[in-house]
Ligand binder design. Structure first.
Ligand code: ATP
Ligand code: MG
Length: 731
C-alpha cells in the first residue's frame, strides 16, 4: 500500500514512481522538459541503494555534463542523508577516462597517459601531415581533425574505417593520416578526448575477460539526456548492459524534442534502437511538467509543435500555482540596447529580492556574450560565463588582439610571437630560435630582427616569402591607419594576413562561431576612436576579475543550458541569421531548422517563472549596420502566451512585410557616444584623490588613489577599478 512507501517515493506522481520501482529489466523514460526525468533517475539511484539491490559502486550513472554529475551526487547524498563515495557517476568521458586508466595496456598505453587538449592535438596532427605536403590552405589540419573525430564518434578505429568510409578531404588521405596520428599518440603515451570512448569501447569489444568484469560489477545502468548520445556512446552502453543470461538493467531517460547535438554525431535514432536492442523494454511516459508556469509551457509547446516527425508526447502543467506571467517578446534597436534592457531587468529583479543565481542569459552563439558582459561590468553585476571563456579570453580573440597589438606597437614581442606562425607560415622552432638570437644580438624587437634577417638574405624559401608578406601587410596597415581608420585597417589586416581564411577553411564545428566572434570584435572596435583606445579598454576589462564566491548571474549557450533550470531566463538575439543561425539558413534543410527549433524549446523550458525573448532591429556586422528580421520562432509562439514590448516592435509591425529593411533604416540613433581617445583631454594633474569622475564603461565614481596616469576609482555601481586617467571625465 502507498502509505508504506518510504518517504522519498511519496513526493512523486504514479508514473514517476513506476519508473523508479521498475528496477529490473530495460526501461526507457520518454518525456518532455521539466517532467522530472532527472529527478526520477536520481531517486532511482537512491532507491536501488536503499532497497539493498546494489552497493553504490555497482551502479553506473551517466550524465551529460560534469555539473550535472555534481548535482546528482549532491541530490543522492541528500536523499540518503549522507555523502556517498566511490560512485561510477559522471559524463561519458569521465567514466571512460577512469576505465581506460585501468586497462590502458590493452591499447598500448601506460596507465599514466596524458589527455591532450585541442591545441596539442592540432600540433601533433600538423607534425603528422608535415611530410605529406598537403595543401593546408585547402585542407586545414583542423578539418582533418574534424574528420577523425567524426570517425571516432562512430566507433571507427583506423582499421575499421573502410575505403568506402574515406572522404575527399585531404585528397582522400585522411585514413592513413588517422592511422599515423593514432600511432604517434601511442608513442607519446597520450590520447585525445575522442580516444577515451574509442579505446574503452574497443577494449570491451575485444577483451571478453574485461567485459565480464564490468558485467559483474555494474548491476544497474542509468543514463540521463539519452537523446543526445552518439553512436560510440550507444555502443559502449550496449556492451555494458547486455549481459549473458541476465536482464539488462539499463534505464535511459530522454526527450526527442531536446535532441540538440546532432552536429556532434548524436543520433536520436538511438531512442528507437533501444526498444529493438533491448526486447521487452518497458517504456514510461511522464506528462506533468513541474518546472515552468502554464504560460511558459504553453509557449514552448506551441513552438515545438511546428516540428514534424516527433515521437509525440503530452505535456501538462503540474504546478499548482497560478498560470504566471506570459512570455515576453521585447523588440530593441541593436545589441547594446538589448544588453541595456537585460541589465535593467536584472537590476529590477535584484532590487525585488531575486537572487542572481536564479537568472540566466542564454545565447545561441558565443559572440553574443560580449555586449552583455560589458553591460554587466558597467552595472557591477557579478556574472559567470558557464562552460566557456569570457569573450576576450577566447583564443581567436586573443590572436586577433595580438595582430592589433603588433599593428599598434611593432615592438610588442609577445604579441608578435603569438601571430608569427598563425596561420602557419613555415616558422618552426629553429627559425624562432634564430629570430630571438638576432633580436638579442641586435638589441631590437623581434619584428625588426625579422626584417633585418630578410634584408640580409638570411631567411630562405617559404618562411622568407611568408614573413615578407606578413611584414608588408603590417607596414601597409600602419601607413593606412590615419587615412582609413582603425576599423577598416584591422579588418583588412585580419583578411590579408590569412588569419580569417584560416578559420574559413576550418571545417570543425567551432569554426563558424570563431568567425562570428571575430566579426563581433571588429564591431566592438568601432565604438572606439582609436586602436590604442580600444586596446587599453580591453586590457582594463580583462583586469577586472570579479570576486569569487559571489552570487552570480549565468551567461551560457543554449546548448550548455540543457537539463538546468532558472527562475528567470533571458533569450536574446532571436533574429533570422542569429537564431536560427545563418549556417542553418544557408544549408537550407529542414533537419537543421528543426534542430534549431528544438534548441529554442530547450531555451524556453529552462525558465520556471519568467522568460524574456528579445530581438534587435539592426545588428552591426563589420562596422556596417544591417537590418535584422525577427526570428521565425517568434511568430511561431502561440499569441495567447506572449506579450510584446518595445518601440522597435511597433516599427516592425508597420514596416516589416518580411522584406528586410534597408540598412539605412536606423541611421544614427544607435550610435553610442564614443570613448574619447588619449590626448583629447585636459591636463591630468587635475585628477586628485577624492575627485568625482565619470567613466564610459563603469559610470560614476570617486578617485581613491593616483599613480602616474593610472587611477584607482571607487565606482558607485561597478565597484573599485583601475582605469587610465584619460578614460574618465572630471565632473
Ligand atoms: P529536462 O528535460 O529539462 O532535463 P527533467 O525532465 O529532467 O527536465 P527535472 O529537472 O528532473 O526534469 O525536474 C524539473 C523540476 O520539477 C525540478 O525542479 C524537480 O525537482 C521538479 N519535480 C519533478 N518531479 C516533481 C514532483 N513529482 N513534484 C514536485 N516537483 C517535481
Ligand atoms: Mg533533466
Amino acid at each position: 500500500p502507498a502509505a508504506d512507501r518510504p518517504d522519498y517515493l511519496q513526493r512523486l506522481n504514479p508514473e514517476q514512481r513506476a519508473a523508479i520501482e521498475t528496477t529490473d529489466g530495460p526501461l526507457l523514460v520518454l518525456a518532455g522538459a521539466g517532467t522530472g526525468k532527472t529527478r526520477v533517475l536520481t531517486t532511482r539511484f537512491a532507491h536501488i541503494l536503499l532497497s539493498g539491490r546494489a552497493r553504490p559502486y555497482q551502479i553506473l550513472a551517466v550524465t551529460f555534463t560534469n555539473k550535472a554529475a555534481r548535482e546528482m551526487r549532491e541530490r543522492i547524498g541528500a536523499l540518503l542523508g549522507e555523502p556517498v563515495e566511490g560512485l561510477w557517476l559522471g559524463t561519458f568521458h569521465a567514466l571512460c577516462a577512469r576505465m581506460l586508466r585501468r586497462h590502458a595496456e590493452y591499447v598500448g598505453l601506460g596507465s599514466g597517459f596524458t589527455i591532450l587538449d585541442t591545441d596539442d592535438q592540432l600540433r601533433l596532427l600538423k607534425q603528422v601531415i608535415e611530410p605529406l605536403r598537403i595543401d593546408t590552405k585547402r585542407w586545414p589540419p583542423q578539418g582533418i581533425l574534424g574528420v577523425i573525430q567524426r570517425w571516432k564518434d562512430r566507433g571507427l578505429t583506423p582499421e575499421r574505417v573502410t575505403p568506402a568510409e574515406d572522404c575527399d578531404f585531404a585528397g582522400g588521405q585522411c585514413r592513413p593520416i588517422y592511422a599515423t596520428y593514432q600511432a604517434r599518440l601511442v608513442q607519446l603515451n597520450a590520447c585525445d578526448f575522442g580516444d577515451l570512448m574509442l579505446h574503452v569501447t574497443e577494449i570491451l569489444r575485444t577483451r571478453p575477460d574485461v567485459l565480464a568484469q564490468y558485467h559483474r560489477l555494474f548491476r544497474y545502468i542509468l543514463v540521463d539526456e539519452y537523446q543526445d548520445t552518439n553512436t560510440i556512446q550507444y555502443l559502449w552502453l550496449r556492451l555494458l548492459a547486455q549481459r549473458e543470461g541476465q536482464p539488462a538493467n539499463i534505464c535511459c531517460v530522454g526527450d526527442d524534442d531536446q535532441s540538440i547535438y546532432s552536429w556532434r554525431g548524436a543520433e536520436v535514432e538511438n531512442i528507437l534502437r533501444f526498444e529493438r536492442d533491448f526486447p521487452g523494454a518497458a517504456v514510461v511516459r511522464l506528462e506533468r511538467n513541474y518546472r515552468s508556469t502554464a504560460q511558459i509551457l504553453g509557449a514552448a509547446s506551441g513552438l515545438i509543435a511546428h516540428n514534424d516527425g516527433r515521437l509525440g508526447k503530452t505535456l501538462r502543467p503540474g504546478r499548482e500555482d497560478a498560470s504566471g506571467e506570459k512570455v515576453r517578446v521585447a523588440s530593441v534597436w541593436d545589441s547594446d540596447d538589448e544588453a541595456r534592457l537585460v541589465g535593467e531587468e536584472v537590476e529590477r529583479l535584484r532590487a525585488g529580492g531575486h537572487s542572481l543565481a536564479e537568472i540566466a542569459i542564454l545565447v545561441r552563439a558565443g559572440f553574443q556574450t560580449r555586449a552583455f558582459e560589458e553591460r554587466l561590468i558597467t552595472l557591477g553585476l557579478p556574472y559567470r560565463v558557464v562552460g566557456g571563456l569570457r569573450f576576450y579570453e577566447r583564443s581567436e580573440i586573443r590572436d586577433a588582439m595580438a595582430y592589433m597589438r603588433v599593428l599598434n606597437q611593432p615592438a610588442d614581442d609577445l604579441a608578435f610571437e603569438r601571430i608569427i606562425n598563425v596561420p602557419r607560415r613555415g616558422i618552426g622552432a629553429a627559425a624562432m630560435q634564430k629570430f630571438h638570437v638576432a633580436a638579442r644580438e641586435g638589441q631590437m624587437p623581434l619584428a625588426a630582427a625579422v626584417m633585418d634577417l630578410i634584408a640580409r638574405g638570411a631567411l630562405k624559401g617559404r618562411a622568407r616569402e611568408q614573413m615578407t608578406a606578413l611584414m608588408a601587410c603590417l607596414a601597409r596597415g600602419r601607413e593606412a591607419l590615419p587615412r582609413e581608420g582603425h576599423v577598416v585597417v584591422v579588418e583588412t589586416l585580419l583578411e590579408e594576413s590569412g588569419y580569417i581564411d584560416m578559420w574559413k577553411a576550418d571545417t570543425s564545428p567551432e569554426a563558424p562561431g570563431r568567425l562570428d566572434n571575430l566579426k563581433e570584435l571588429v564591431r566592438a572596435l568601432a565604438d572606439f576612436e582609436s586602436l590604442g583606445g580600444f586596446l587599453e579598454h580591453v586590457a582594463l576589462v580583462m583586469e577586472n576579475e570579479e570576486n569569487a564566491g559571489a552570487e552570480r548571474l549565468s551567461i551560457m549557450t543554449l546548448h550548455g543550458a540543457k537539463g538546468l533550470e532558472f527562475d528567470t531566463v533571458f533569450l536574446p538575439g532571436w533574429e533570422e541569421g542569429v537564431f536560427p543561425s545563418q549556417r542553418t539558413l544557408d544549408e537550407g534543410g529542414l533537419k537543421g531548422l528543426e534542430e534549431e527549433r528544438r534548441l529554442a524549446y530547450v531555451g524556453i523550458t529552462r525558465a520556471r517563472h519568467r522568460a524574456v525573448i528579445s530581438h534587435a532591429a539592426s545588428r552591426r556586422i563589420y562596422g556596417n549596420w544591417q537590418s535584422a528580421i525577427p526570428s521565425r520562432f517568434i511568430e511561431e509562439l502561440p499569441a495567447e502566451h506572449v506579450t510584446t514590448t518595445g518601440g522597435a516592435a511597433q516599427a516592425r509591425s508597420r514596416t516589416f512585410g518580411h522584406a528586410p529593411l534597408s540598412s539605412t533604416a536606423f541611421p544614427v540613433m544607435a550610435r553610442r557616444p564614443r570613448v574619447t581617445d588619449v590626448g583629447e583631454k585636459g591636463p591630468t594633474a587635475a585628477m586628485a584623490v577624492g575627485t568625482r569622475v565619470f567613466h564610459q564603461k563603469f559610470g560614476y565614481g570617486t578617485i581613491s588613489s593616483v599613480e602616474g596616469n593610472r587611477l584607482e576609482v571607487a565606482f558607485e555601481k561597478a565597484g573599485p577599478k583601475r582605469v587610465l586617467d584619460t578614460f574618465v571625465e572630471k565632473i
